[in-house]
Design a protein around this ligand. Structure first.
Ligand code: NDP
Ligand code: OAA
Length: 257
């Protein structure tokens, strides 16, 4: 496939290497105007340049980028994978994506991100699903640049602290760089307003730990993952980048999970 990539950060760099290693071609990367000169053969500054040759766009740049570029990409008929799932907690953005996808007859594919078990949750949600709880736990520095900074002394933290309790919608909106998992769990399960979320800074751990508990007609499950973060960003788990690559594989193969 010919890929247009949005972003050049930690996730985008992993995705770029992995998709090229699988024989796809990244022919354009949409960056901020001030960065184009860093690699003028690859970097572009507008959606028309991004989608000119693309079979698919992959967005790895955050909520604001999805909201800014997503409608134009989809509306022009180019399918898109996004890792910034939490942006859909804003109903206006979700509505814009949906109507652009309908106009362009294109799909927005949500990467599963740093969590697993979404298949189980979405199957369970076709029956009666009573309760879904997501707990996200990261080392203090994994919360740098988030709303936790205003609530805790992250640099000096010596004990486990919960800095957020609320719904998945509140979490995704308040922590755009850290609670995309809450949004993915919500979308797979019982929705943004029913999914309960707790976010924790834990100085005793070195990985990003995500847990989901669900109960319903299907029974109960508990899923826990300890994810390594990406070398260039302690906030983001490597699995989030890998899930984008997995989604691309699904889209390019005739038999898929
Ligand atoms: N679903 C999931 O489980 C996860 C999702 N995420 C989401 O992925 C996003 C990216 O993560 P990560 O790669 O680690 O973050 P980084 O901070 O490493 O990289 C973000 C990149 O996006 C670029 N960017 C941001 N806004 C724009 C814009 N409007 N136009 C062009 N480029 C833009 C930045 O450019 P510049 O450097 O010029 O600012 C930078 O290259 C996160 O913000 C988060 O929302 C992250 C982790 C897990
Ligand atoms: O990468 C992670 O571990 C999770 C994350 O930041 C998010 O959910 O946005």
């Amino acid at each position: 496939m010919k890929i247009g990539l949005i972003g050049k950060g930690a996730i985008a760099q992993h995705v770029m290497g992995a998709v090229q290693a699988r024989g796809h071609m990244v022919h354009a990367v949409l960056v901020r105007p001030g960065s184009i000169s860093q690699n003028p053969n690859l970097f572009v500054g507008s959606v028309p340049e991004l989608i000119a040759e693309a079979d698919l766009v992959i967005e790895c740049a955050g909520h604001q980028a999805l909201a800014a570029y997503g409608p134009q990409v989809l509306g022009q008929g180019t399918g898109m994978i996004t890792v910034s799932v939490g942006a859909l907690a804003d109903q206006t953005i979700a509505d814009e994506m949906e109507s652009a996808a309908s106009v362009g007859q294109a799909k927005l594919h949500l990467a599963s991100g740093a969590i697993g078990a979404l298949d189980c949750l979405s199957a369970a949600a076709t029956g009666k699903l009573d309760k879904v709880i997501y707990v996200g736990r990261k080392p203090p520095l994994g919360w740098k640049g988030s709303a936790a900074e205003g609530r805790l002394d992250l640099e000096g933290l010596t004990q486990v602290e919960t800095h957020f309790t609320g719904t998945a919608r509140e979490a995704a909106l308040a922590y755009p760089k850290n609670a995309n998992v809450a949004a993915a769990v919500a979308l797979a399960g019982i929705g943004f307003d029913e999914t309960q979320v707790k976010l924790i800074a834990d100085p005793s751990i070195a990985q990003n730990v995500h847990e989901v508990e669900a109960e319903g007609e299907f029974g109960q499950f508990h899923f826990r993952i300890s994810g390594n973060s990406l070398p260039d960003n302690p906030r983001s788990s490597a699995l989030a980048a890998m899930s984008v690559v997995a989604k691309l594989e699904q889209l390019s193969k005739p038999i898929v999970m």
